[in-house]
Design a binder for this molecule. Sequence first.
Ligand code: NAD
Length: 310
Amino acid sequence: MAKKYQVALVTGGAGFIGSHVVDALIRRRLKVYVVDDLSTGFQKNVNPNAHFTKLSILSPQFPAYLKRIKPDVIFHLAAQVNLRTSVDEPFGDAQTNAIGTLTIGHWAAKLGVKKVVYTSTGGPMYPDGARIPYSEKVAPAPISPYGISKLAGELYLNHVYQVHGVPFVALRYANVYGPRQSAKGEAGVISIFAEKMLKGEPLAITGTGKQTRDFVFVEDVVRANMLAMDRKVVGAFNIGTGKETDINTIFNKMKKIVGYQLPVRKAPAAPGEVMRSALSSAKAQKNLGWEPKVKLDEGLKKTITWFQKK
Ligand code: NAD
């Protein structure tokens, strides 16, 4: 039987999560194209067996590129990824995340793409005060421009599905961590701690450190992407562990693994920071056959080992 998908495009494939998706597709012997403007990604992340082009999905050249490569399946991860930047620069955020995703949907329909696997977000999508862990049954009510533009992306892809028949899956991730996550700026707390601890630099915990997040390892997220491609499903799915872990716990676990000795500083809480967050993945378990496999301790060790070798 001919393979359903032979040519895959990964937008944002030079980034943290996208580059792992690329690796998984190469292992499955697909022909993989990567488009990335390298605004936050790195070309060294891209698997040498993938075909890389430095290009923005907003560029006027992007449609011609798509017509040339003719993908069967698109993994759309390119995005403005920073929630705080979205507050400071909402127009740029909307341009990349909302219009960028509409662009993907529009050309997917025109070129007969068989499936779009979109990367949405979990925490910023749900209203404060909803029961934790959040389920997809809770109506999205994002407040941040980032949450709004990610939801707009889902709605545009749903439009393309309803009107033009291109199936899509929107994966709403919790806090993803693992090798290749950037430790710059406001990246994930685990990559920032790993880098600072290994360099023996002092580090700060904002607020009480009792704020919780749902940490999901990148390998598990990649498997969700593969299942989203393979399974005949459409719609939005939370991808998280359903477990809350507070920042102090992360700090103490990592401190033990690294053997970090310095005392931790307290920094003022970030304005508007939510105190608790976790996602229920019951729907993904039922319809995608997905569940997280990598335990936090194991994921932390793998992440720290990667930062040690970096
Ligand atoms: P990342 O910054 O490493 O990846 C984003 C990639 O997109 C980068 O390589 C960047 O250069 C590229 N990009 C940005 N704008 C582009 C454009 N206009 N054209 C082409 N490429 C462009 O961050 P990541 O954590 O790997 O995020 C990947 C996706 O996952 C994003 O859509 C992000 O919103 C989503 N997400 C991440 C998390 C997380 O915890 N890391 C959680 C929820 C959702």
